[in-house]
Design a protein around this ligand. Structure first.
Ligand code: 0RA
Length: 670
């Protein structure tokens, strides 16, 4: 039966279809874009409805399937969308209204839900409007009902009973299944990305304690999935072979914190947790917070959510937590005599060093603000979180003196490091730099005055450094030998890093400060050239140096001032007088291809340390014959990532990274 055939499809339906037409005309207004983000928005919208049903206490499991024929199916065991006639649209059932009327959602017919998935919340009707086909099945009161929509939300088959609901544990099942095929005339592409679904549903499962979310990919080219989540069951209840990825966390955000800290060294075993709630002017407010410190030095481990949506720009809930955390920890440290009267207060960043915390709040009428609408604006939430944290964190510290002590000690160390770094900055800045005074002994500087003409060669090892000094043009080329491997800047805290001799020397030689104070205008050279062997050690030191530049002198990389020298791998004497140098195997192959009858030997060049100084000059330093690779910010970023993961404690992550990034890692071996 089509919409026109159905006799009871009357006047109110005109406005209904006009509403959906508006969505099709301006999809961006409802789902942000028609690219991949907008496409996945459809999935979030449908799943949010099931999550709302779970939050109302009526749904324990949500199954999401990417079907072989391109649909996304979302099935829940909630109460089922009501199937009786809708009071306002008399000719339609409530379920038909939910699918065709903008903003009908769960809010119609009285109570609705107290707290719902705020930001999305545009309603399943938007999904219907932007799909070429939608099938809905509802199990309710022992009967299975079904309806079908097509061509952007037109009712193709009206809601009708199709049989009995299956009986589970002696009672007929209840629930809703929505299956939709996104409209290819609306979206740039209609292929869902399984990994995107996985990531979001894991987060949702963390944020909705006890809710089971299962996801599977039945498409032809579905990539086999590594077991993840709490459980990955090999077979389905209906006997199909597909792998469900299962997420269910009975600890909620406590498990979230453990998950984040799993790849790090936790400072203590337990994860702290507290919650609070209040109703202000009929507006429900709930907040829960879980936290644990790790031994790391990052102070950006605070993640906040409002109504299940990541608030990346922070907002009132975060502000309340930060204020109360700083206040409470300082009060505790003073009371216990860890901070003496003469000591300054710990700063927020000291206390947050190594902290992993999840703040999850629910609020009846959330206000999302900011550039990306991901900042919570409700002032009333700040006071709730601040008050709850003040009270409950103070209690927690009293009840966990051992944990409190290591945490406060860590914060005290962080404060000391912060002050040491600030002193070091002042010292480096106060040196008069451009005139060469205060330059390290190891630096053999050049005499040209204009930074554009000056080149700094950073050379691995003293002996190569010696050759380079003889090979250089003393007017424009400066040599800085670096011994061994410089400290890994990724893992070291700033004060430790600044105590490292090689790092100090580098900062002083370049003369433009570092980190936040770095000013590329002050750089004493416009070419900083890394010169290291083509072997594994050379590659390691290059990666370390790039990590350093990426972390501490990024504008130098952005300006295109960082280069890698590429000494040739081969040489061959074409005649008594002339030697040809060849950069790598490709260059050698090309050389042979051009001269089929060439019968002379190729020498593999020695490491930098064993090169004669004139050889070093002719192959690597002479402006006319050398080959330099300008380092892009992307390359430096990869070096940085390689370093942080390779130096990390997480063996699994290391393996995964090397496998999935083999190409990039190899490319780093320039
Ligand atoms: C409106 C009212 C009720 C439930 C729902 C909507 C509902 C919607 C969706 C969408 C996906 N799954 C869903 N499950 C439930 C309450 C019905 C009642 O009072 O029994």
């Amino acid at each position: 039966m089509t919409a026109t055939e159905s006799s009871s499809y009357g006047a109110s339906d005109i406005t209904v279809l006009e509403g959906l037409e508006a969505v099709r005309k301006r999809p961006g207004m409802y789902i942000g874009s028609t690219g991949p983000t907008g496409l996945h928005h459809l999935v979030w919208e449908v799943v949010d409805n099931s999550v709302d049903e779970a939050m109302a206490g009526h749904c324990t499991r949500i199954d999401i399937t990417l079907t072989a024929d391109g649909a996304c199916e979302v099935s829940d065991d909630g109460r089922g969308i009501p199937v009786d006639k809708h009071p306002k649209y008399e000719d339609l059932s409530a379920a038909e209204v939910v699918l065709t009327v903008l903003h009908a959602g769960g809010k119609f017919g009285g109570e609705g839900y107290k707290v719902s998935g705020g930001l999305h919340g545009v309603g399943i009707s938007v999904v219907n409007a932007l799909s070429q086909r939608v099938e809905v099945e509802i199990d309710r009161e022992g009967t299975r009902h079904a309806m079908v929509f097509g061509d952007g939300g037109e009712l193709k088959e009206r809601l009708a009973p199709i049989g009995a609901s299956p009986v589970v544990d002696g009672t007929p099942r209840t629930g809703t299944t929505v299956r939709f095929w996104p409209d290819p005339t609306i979206f740039d592409e209609v292929e869902f990305r399984f990994q995107t679904l996985i990531e979001r549903f894991q987060m949702m499962a963390f944020l909705n304690r006890g809710l089971e979310i299962r996801v599977r990919d039945l498409r032809e080219n579905a990539r086999p999935i590594a077991p993840q989540g709490t459980d990955s069951d090999g077979s389905d209840a209906d006997g199909s072979e597909a792998q469900w990825v299962v997420f269910k966390y009975d600890g909620g955000i406590i498990d979230f914190v453990s998950h984040v800290n799993a790849s790090k060294d936790a400072l203590f075993e337990i994860v702290g947790y507290f919650e609070g709630a209040e109703t202000i002017a009929d507006n429900a407010h709930e907040a829960e917070i879980a936290f644990q410190w790790n031994t790391g030095f990052n102070s950006d481990g605070l993640h906040s959510f409002a109504n299940g949506i990541a608030t990346r720009e922070g907002g009132m809930h975060e502000q309340g937590f930060r204020t109360a955390l700083t206040r409470t920890v300082n009060a505790y440290a003073r009371e216990k005599g860890i901070l003496k009267e003469k000591d300054d207060n710990l700063q927020g960043e000291d206390i947050r060093e190594g902290l992993t915390a999840i703040i999850s709040v629910r609020i009846g009428e959330p206000q999302f603000e900011g550039q990306t609408k991901s900042k919570l604006g409700n002032v009333s939430m700040r006071s709730l979180v601040e008050r709850v944290t003040n009270e409950r964190l103070a209690e927690w510290l009293e009840e966990h003196p051992g944990e409190a002590k290591v945490m406060v000690t860590k914060a005290t160390n962080a404060a000391r490091a912060r002050m040491a770094a600030s002193d070091a900055r002042k010292a480096i800045r106060s040196k008069s730099l451009l005139d060469g005074a205060g330059m390290p002994d190891k630096l053999k500087d050049c005499s040209a005055k204009e930074p554009e003409r000056r080149e700094l060669f950073i050379v691995e090892g003293d002996s190569a450094g010696g050759s380079a000094v003889r090979a250089r043009d003393p007017e424009t080329q400066a040599i800085l030998p670096i011994r061994g491997k410089i400290l890994n800047v990724e893992r070291a805290r700033i004060d430790k890093m600044l105590k490292n001799n090689e790092v100090q020397t580098l900062i002083t030689a370049i003369g433009a400060g570092f980190a936040d104070d770095f000013d590329v205008e002050q750089a004493r050279y416009h070419k900083v050239i890394l010169l290291a062997d083509a072997d594994v050690d050379g590659s390691h030191i290059r990666t370390l140096l790039l990590t350093f530049f990426f972390r501490q002198m990024r504008p130098l990389v952005e300006a295109g001032f960082v280069y890698i020298a590429q000494p040739p791998l081969y040489s061959t004497k074409v005649s008594n007088k002339e030697t040809v140098y060849l950069k790598d195997d490709t260059a050698k192959d090309a050389f042979i291809a051009e001269r089929p009858n060439y019968n002379k030997d190729f020498q593999r060049l020695k490491g930098l340390g064993e090169m004669d100084w004139d050889e070093l000059r002719d192959t690597t330093m002479d402006v006319g014959s050398r080959s330099l690779l300008q380092v892009s910010v992307d390359q430096a970023a990869i070096a940085d990532e390689v370093m942080s993961i390779l130096m990390g404690d997480d063996v699994e992550q290391r393996k995964n990274f090397i496998v999935t990034n083999a190409r990039e890692v190899r490319n780093l071996d320039f």
